[in-house]
Design a protein around this ligand. Structure first.
Ligand code: EPZ
Length: 424
């Protein structure tokens, strides 16, 4: 178990580069299975979730090697269509191998992904949609928690998603790419990571239109081909560092920021007092006063305000000059940070999916726990804003999505470092 020690105080200043996108990399790594050949992924982040996906590729008989931040994946041969329970329990995004292995081998055996700290996270939309594509599903094992899907032919059909689920949209696309006929997804997720998956698949020979919209149409093709693809920068990592400037003040330049994917975050940070200037290559964000309160902030599917930025904004609003309300509309238990921030002196009351935050002048350092990667990053920001020393435990949950948050924030002048639990 690792921890991060933060000594609070001081504004942020300097420049850093934003890493490749975790949530674009994970579905695209699963998608490489659809091609019997080699895929080259540039700007791939070296994070725990990517390492987990590589482990699943190895379990399937595929190879993956690194050259710097370029991941070279060889899926010429598949020796298994079983995704182990430990892999799925460790990392829910392994569920995206469901559609990819069905597309490649017309069968897959995969364990039910468990819930996590932010919610139960069922996969009913995934299973119901894929079943309608001429795929039979059986639930095996003592606890019926192993899903075995198989088909002699995947047949394209119309899929109506009850909610624009990112993962369900991606799994249907992966199942449909090599299917017979046309699959139309209604109420598809519009997140940039769905668009990126479609861009990658089109470059590999898939026939997809409507990418990035709520209506996506996939015409099945016979095979894909090798492709070299550069992953975009991570919009949530960029948003996290923007929130850090909003919380502690200073002036920072973020290179490689996917500016076009951050409209809703920029609007919120602008409203609470940040000044933000953007060019095609970078973003300059500065703040020289205490954050203003926000009023009511609701998380929404893209292009609304992202749930993955909710914890970071809660940290910023906990020291704002007034009262704000956050309403979490996507996950049923994504307020784990409330108790941690209160340990640091924040004044927050929560009921169901609503948190009312009365800003305090200053937080004080404390020992806190990271319950998920975004909540952990938000606690690091809280530690920088606080007086004194903060220890963020369970920091390896942060490493699931942040290549090196201590490296990035230290370059900007923050006093943050990894430390092992036993010296605290
Ligand atoms: C993706 O998760 C992201 N993960 C999450 O980021 C992100 O928070 C989420 O989308 C929402 O934007 C990756 O891209 C790897 P959903 P996903 O399916 O696909 C319910 C991070 O911090 N639902 O859009 O699992 C579900 O319970 C992570 O990087 C069903 O009920 O999200 C949730 O309440 C955290 N049944 C809502 O829909 C289903 O079959 C949205 O989930 C599927 C989802």
């Amino acid at each position: 178990m690792s921890s991060i020690k933060v000594i609070g105080g001081g504004k942020l200043k300097g420049e850093t580069k934003i890493q490749g996108s975790k949530n674009a990399a994970l579905p695209i790594i699963a998608a490489t299975v659809l091609n019997k050949g080699v895929t080259i992924l540039k700007n791939c982040p070296k994070i725990l979730d990517v390492f987990h996906m590589i482990k699943v590729l190895n379990e399937l008989g595929c190879m993956a090697t690194w050259e710097g931040n370029t991941l070279i994946v060889d899926t010429t041969t598949i020796t298994s269509t079983k995704v182990s329970e430990s892999s799925v329990q460790k990392m829910r995004s392994s569920i995206l191998f469901l559609g990819a292995l069905l597309g490649r081998s017309h069968e897959v055996s995969i364990a039910y992904p468990g819930g996590c700290s932010i919610g139960k996270r069922p996969i009913d939309f995934h299973l119901d949609s894929i079943k309608s594509m001429n795929v039979s599903q059986e639930f095996l094992g003592e606890d019926k928690d192993i899903i075995y899907c198989h088909t002699d032919k995947i047949i394209g059909t119309d899929v109506f998603l009850k909610f624009p689920s990112v993962g369900a949209t991606q799994n249907v696309i992966l199942t449909a790419v090599l299917a017979e006929g046309v699959t139309r997804i209604y109420n598809a997720a519009r997140e940039p990571e769905v668009l990126e998956l479609c861009n990658f698949l089109i470059e590999a020979g898939a026939r997809i239109c409507g990418r990035g919209t709520a209506f996506i149409e996939i015409e099945g093709v016979r095979r894909l081909h090798d492709v070299e693809y550069r992953l975009p920068a991570d919009r949530i990592v960029a948003g996290t560092y923007m929130a850090a400037v909003a919380a502690v003040g200073g002036e920072v330049i973020l290179h490689d920021t996917p500016v076009g994917q951050l409209d809703s975050v920029i609007r919120v940070l602008d409203k609470i007092g940040c000044s933000i200037r953007t060019t095609d290559e970078y973003m300059r964000i500065s703040s020289n006063k205490r954050p203003l309160p926000y009023g009511i902030l609701k998380t929404q599917p893209y292009p609304g305000f992202p749930t993955d930025m909710q914890s970071q904004l809660m940290t910023v609003l906990s020291i704002a000059d007034g009262k704000s309300t956050i309403i979490e509309e996507i996950f049923e238990s994504r307020f784990q940070n409330v108790s941690e921030l209160k340990r640091m002196g924040a004044n927050i009351t929560e009921s169901k999916n609503k948190a009312v935050i009365s800003g305090v002048k200053r937080l004080k350092g404390a020992q806190v726990v990271a319950h998920d990667l975004r909540a952990g990053a938000a606690l690091v920001i809280a530690g920088i804003a606080a007086e004194g020393e903060t220890i963020v435990r369970n920091a390896n949950s942060i490493e699931r999505g942040y290549e090196d948050i201590c490296r990035d924030l230290s370059i900007l002048g923050a006093n943050v470092q990894y430390c092992s639990d036993n010296i605290i």
